[in-house]
Ligand binder design. Structure first.
Ligand code: KDG
Ligand code: MG
Length: 405
């Protein structure tokens, strides 16, 4: 069970993914996702220069001790780069433990709490009609929960509506620099209620609807939005405001009963401790690849359960299929699971590199009983799709002030 070698790969089958492969002297290996969108090389260097040398020769069974060693043993705790590296190593060690035990990871966590994992799909469009047409397609495929994002008239770009129609790399130009989005709270409020009014008119009350504000509003504006949308019975309103100051969610909570979700950028339990403990949110959206791996996710989920907060793991296209598999294992186990974000099983190139047999039918995912995470990684296919420098957008108000993206 000695760790003999750890390889770090960065490939781009459409988006950059960082993959960690922990190899034992017996030849058994485990895989982890360390992707941090827009800051990839920082994680690669951190892993290769500062993490990998400390782990060679250690017993791969000691998942908890290795987690503590990389977290407490580093004077510089927390942080997205450090925690992505810990996450990937942790995920790979759970993968190894499963392979050695001959059990899928969800069995190691405590077994299944449900027969399948409910997913929510994304619908977006340049206008409300297009957005709802896309939602309709998902509903006809069996999805029972849809996130709606529609372009805001008068803004150049709206978060979440680019979809596959615009090339992410072309948008950034030949000399990649962060693309710029714009924002007007006024223009957004002119559109947003109509989106949900029309959605309920068209689809009735059985389909679950969600919406991602992507942190564009202040807490009091979020409270106003919550009041406006309460009658459309959303499953959750995501990232209504930034919650660096976790207390600020009290402002939203005291005005509206709309269910609130947050957490995709969180690195540790400390980022959401007050939000959970004060019951200021309903869904915690941490990702296993950013918040400290399977070990930390499990701890956050258990803590959240005490306060009636459910999990809703991040599932955007910039989390690799390894993280998706880790989430489906976690979701299968988590007693207080809410819903899993889902953007498809990846493009052709991604499927050449990452192979797994997670099945999705009628908006429900089923993990296979393959030992570990059940993902294979083709190193030579990964080399065919090299890293491309790339940035997430930034956002400005109409007067040029830099705003939250
Ligand atoms: O890296 C940024 C994306 O992962 C993020 O914008 C996606 O907000 C997102 C979501 O809810 O999927
Ligand atoms: Mg989001």
């Amino acid at each position: 069970m000695k760790i003999k070698e750890i390889r770090v790969f960065i490939c781009n089958p459409g988006r950059n993914f960082i993959t960690v492969k922990v190899i034992l002297d017996s030849g058994i290996y485990g895989l982890g996702d360390a992707t941090v969108n827009g800051r990839e090389m920082a994680v690669v260097t951190y892993l290769e220069e500062h993490v990998v040398p400390c782990l060679i020769g250690r017993n791969a069974h000691d998942i908890e001790d290795i987690w503590q060693y990389l977290y407490k043993g580093v004077y510089w705790r927390k942080g997205p780069i450090n925690m992505a590296a810990i996450s990937a190593i942790d995920m790979a060690l759970w993968d190894i433990k499963g392979k050695v035990a001959g059990l899928p990871v969800y069995q190691l966590l405590g077994g299944q709490s449900r027969s399948g994992v409910s997913l929510y799909a994304h619908a977006h469009g340049e206008n409300i009609g297009d957005t709802l047409d896309m939602a309709d397609k998902h509903i006809r495929q069996g999805f029972k929960a849809i996130r709606l994002q529609s372009a805001v008239p008068g803004l150049k770009v709206t978060y979440g509506v680019l979809g596959d129609r615009k090339d992410y790399y072309k948008l950034q130009g030949n000399r990649p620099l962060p693309p710029e989005d714009d924002w007007s709270t006024q223009k957004y409020f002119n559109m947003i209620e109509e989106l949900f009014f029309q959605a309920r008119e068209r689809f009735g009350n059985d389909v679950h609807l969600m919406h991602d504000v992507h942190s564009r509003l202040t807490p009091i504006e979020s409270a106003r939005l919550g009041q406006l949308l309460e009658k459309y019975n959303l499953f959750f309103l995501e990232d209504a405001s930034i919650a660096e100051n976790q207390d600020s969610y009290k402002v939203i909570r005291q005005h509206t009963t709309i269910p609130l979700a947050i957490g995709e950028t969180y690195n540790t339990i400390w980022d959401c401790k007050d939000l959970i403990q004060n019951q200021l949110i309903d869904y915690i959206r941490v990702a296993a690849s950013h918040a400290g791996g399977i070990t930390a996710f499990r701890r956050i989920a258990d803590f959240a359960d005490v306060y009636n907060v459910k999990t809703a793991p991040h599932g955007a296209p910039d989390l690799s299929p390894i993280c998706f598999a880790a989430h489906i294992h976690l979701d299968t186990w988590t007693p207080n699971f809410g819903i899993q974000e889902f953007v498809g099983l990846g493009n052709k190139q991604s499927k050449e590199i990452f192979q797994h047999d997670i099945q999705v039918k009628d908006g429900i995912a089923h993990v296979s009983d393959a030992p570990g995470l059940g993902v294979e990684f083709d190193e030579s296919a990964a080399r065919e799709y090299p890293y491309k420098r790339s940035y997430l957008p930034v956002c400005r108000l109409e007067d040029g002030t830099l705003w939250n993206w």
